[in-house]
Write a protein that binds this ligand. Structure first.
Ligand code: IMP
Length: 227
């Protein structure tokens, strides 16, 4: 293959494929907060710098596709806050330097569906602004991670009520699982194997959001922070 096989790392979602056998990097090669112990985490799966480089590119693609439209970024809390914040910063930089511009508003919705590392049927919208402001708007849903896709499906249904002009979705991470989503997000950062990851605002029972890198939690970490 002319590119040495690198094209295999582009998934059908358009995201970077993290292969099933990717071991990650040993934790001690990176900095991480003292309050987590090395036994809590198996590895650094995606280092912070790579996350940022990928988001910069996603911002360019979003600008190319949606530039010159008004959009509302709908940030799915809590796991999507860091991604949303960094994406906004990159789009702001493009607004200053490129010919196109993308007027943005940001709205927030808070959903809750996980206990320990298991998705529950019980999807709750635990906090939302008055979403009627989304009526007739171009919406870009910003989600940290898409696993089974149940959350996204429920959210889309919830938003349809407000008859938006357009709805697009960006997911920083999408999990490759057998029963995965029928519809993939429009803009994907990385496609990852079915492992429970934390960091970069993703949590396990509210722990690890304050890690910069995306890491795989260990069995010891799961036991320690189980509720
Ligand atoms: P879905 O409804 O199964 O797609 O799950 C999506 C939600 O589950 C995300 O918004 C996260 O809150 C949570 N989630 C799924 N997988 C992970 C993970 O590996 N780490 C942290 N949170 C996760």
């Amino acid at each position: 293959m002319a590119d040495g096989g690198a094209s295999q790392l582009v998934g059908k979602s358009g995201g970077i494929v993290i292969p099933d056998d990717w071991p990650g990097y040993p934790l001690q090669l990176f900095s991480y907060p003292e309050h987590y112990s090395p036994e809590d985490l198996e590895c650094v799966y995606i280092p912070h710098g790579i996350i940022m480089d990928r988001i910069e590119r996603l911002a360019c693609t979003i600008m190319d596709d949606l530039g010159d439209h008004d959009i509302v970024l709908l940030c799915v809390l809590k796991g999507g806050y860091q991604f949303c914040s960094d994406l906004v910063e990159f789009i702001k930089a493009l607004n200053r330097t490129s010919e196109k511009s993308l007027p943005m508003r940001v709205a927030f919705i808070r959903l809750h569906s996980y206990l320990n590392d298991q998705s529950t049927e019980d999807l709750q919208i635990v906090g939302a602004e008055d979403l009627s402001t989304l009526r007739g708007k171009n919406i870009l849903i910003v989600e940290g991670i898409v696993d089974t896709g149940k959350t996204m499906k429920a959210l889309m249904k919830h938003i349809e009520v407000f008859q938006p002009k357009m709805v697009k979705v960006t997911g920083l991470l999408v999990k490759r699982i057998p029963s995965g989503m029928e519809t993939l997000p429009d803009y994907v950062g990385f496609e990852i194997p079915n492992r429970f990851v934390v960091g970069y605002a993703l949590d396990y029972n509210e722990y690890f959001r304050d890690l910069s890198h995306i890491c795989v939690i260990s069995d010891t970490g799961k036991k320690k922070y189980k509720i």
